[in-house]
Every structure is written in C-alpha cells, then in structure tokens.
Design a binder for this molecule. Structure first.
Ligand code: ADP
Ligand code: MG
Length: 238
C-alpha cells in the first residue's frame, strides 16, 4: 500500500526553529488536516513536503522513495494555494492543462482529465476566460481543478478557502468533501479554521509553535483533547 511518510521534519530560519520534529504517516486515500494558529509553522511544513522550501533535518518519503533531492515538479505532488496562484496570462483551459503537459502526459489523457474536472467543478462555461475575468470562488475552483487534473500521489492544500466570504467558504467546504469522497485523494490540508478541520479531516493534527500537540480523529480530539490548548482550539467542552 502506498503512503506518505514524514520523519523528524525540522525547519530553521537562522537560529529560529519554526518546525520541530514533525512526524506523520498518511495512508493512501487519507485526508489529513493540519490545523493551528497563524504562524505555528503549517505553511512551512507543506512547503518542505512540496519541495518549495529546503529541509533543515528529516525526511519526506512517498511510496518508499526519498524526495529531499527531487525538484518540486518531479515529486508527483499537486498543491493548491490560498491566493490561487493561477497563471494570469493563460485561459482556464490552459491553466488546467499546463502542468499536465509539463509532466509529459499524453494529449488524450490531458483531454480526459480536462473534461472530468471541468464537469466535476462546473468550469465548462469559463474555459476560455482568463483568471482576471473570474470571481474569487471561480478562481478557487480552477485552482482546485488544476490540482485534481494532475492525478497526483499527494495533494497539498494551504488554506484554500480563507480568501472567500463565509457563504462561499461554506459551499466550497461541502464541495471539497464531495471531491474527497469521489477522488479518494491522499491529502494534507492546512487551515486555521476549526470547522474545516473537524468536518474534512479523517485525522486532524493540532500544531502549536512548530510542534505537534495532538493527532487523532475529529471525534478523539473533541472528546479527549490532550491539553487545554487543544481543547480550546478545537472547541471541546471544558
Ligand atoms: P503558518 O502557515 O502556520 O501561519 P508559517 O509556516 O508561514 O506559519 O510560519 C511559521 C514561522 O516561520 C513564522 O514565525 C514565520 O514568521 C516564520 N517564517 C516563515 N517563512 C520564513 C522565512 N522565509 N524566513 C524567516 N522566517 C520565516
Ligand atoms: Mg500559512
């Protein structure tokens, strides 16, 4: 069975350690949510896994293969960012197909994937538009579609809904839950929103100041918080 293994990950900026001894195994098809207050090291952790940030110490293994020496585009990882990070000069269609082309996918595979994600994420009407001609919610759906089309081993999400207004965020949260159900993504999903963590996560990791405070199912964290920080963050009864 394929899986993701993060062992003893540490990140230092100068003398400051911002991620310390981060250990996690993600099973195939498992959706793990990493939650914690702003500045606790969530994005840095994701960026190390993606290869966008160097690793001070530790290991990232995908299906038993070490990733540290591999450039981001050869890790078979797809990432969705908070600010969408779409290519502004490309149409929606081109945004979705670009990464697939770069990875050497066949034309027929690209067409199939484009068709699938356009339908699933209701992008058909916008395929020829540029990102500037879309609303925030539409852009986020394109970013999501672009990642899903990649058919990656691991999906990384960095607060993908935090730029959306409350109503749209609620809608997209259900949308992600539906996609997760349909695609069985193996994912590490970062948020500072407790509701997102508790509704989307098969397992939830609570992080504080670079360290993991607790890992468990939403119900475990809610019923048996390891300490008062987890309890207050998750909203458990006192
Ligand atoms: P989060 O995503 O949980 O809000 P980050 O991973 O972005 O937190 O940041 C964790 C800590 O690392 C913060 O204190 C932040 O200021 C610091 N940090 C992030 N990137 C850098 C950098 N390039 N240089 C120095 N410090 C950084
Ligand atoms: Mg962040």
């Amino acid at each position: 069975m394929s899986h993701i293994e993060l062992s003893h990950l540490r990140k230092q900026f100068g003398k400051t350690t911002v991620v310390d001894d981060f250990n996690l195994t993600i099973d195939n098809g498992e959706f793990v949510v990493l939650v914690g207050p702003s500045g606790c090291g969530k994005s840095t952790t994701l960026r190390m896994v993606a290869g966008l940030e160097s690793i001070s110490h530790g290991q990232v293994m995908i299906d038993g293969q070490a990733m540290e020496q591999r450039p981001p585009h050869l890790r078979n990882i797809a990432m969705v960012f908070q600010n969408y990070a779409l290519y502004p000069h490309m149409s929606v269609r081109e945004n979705i197909c670009f990464g697939l082309k770069k990875s050497g996918a066949s034309t027929s595979f690209i067409q199939t994937q484009l068709k699938n994600v356009s339908q699933v994420l209701q992008l058909n009407e916008y395929l020829e538009r540029r990102p500037a001609e879309l609303s925030g919610g539409q852009r986020q759906r394109v970013a999501m579609g672009r990642a899903l089309a990649r058919d990656a081993k691991l999906y990384l999400f960095d607060e993908p809904l935090s730029n959306l207004d409350a109503k749209l965020r609620h809608h997209m949260r259900s949308e992600i839950a539906r996609l997760q159900h349909q695609y069985q993504m193996t994912a590490l999903y970062v948020t500072h929103d407790q509701t997102e963590a508790m509704t989307l996560g098969d397992r939830v990791i609570v992080m504080r100041e670079g360290k993991i405070e607790q890992v468990g199912s939403p119900m475990e964290l809610y019923l048996y918080p390891a300490n008062t920080f987890v309890a207050s963050f998750i909203g458990s009864p006192a």
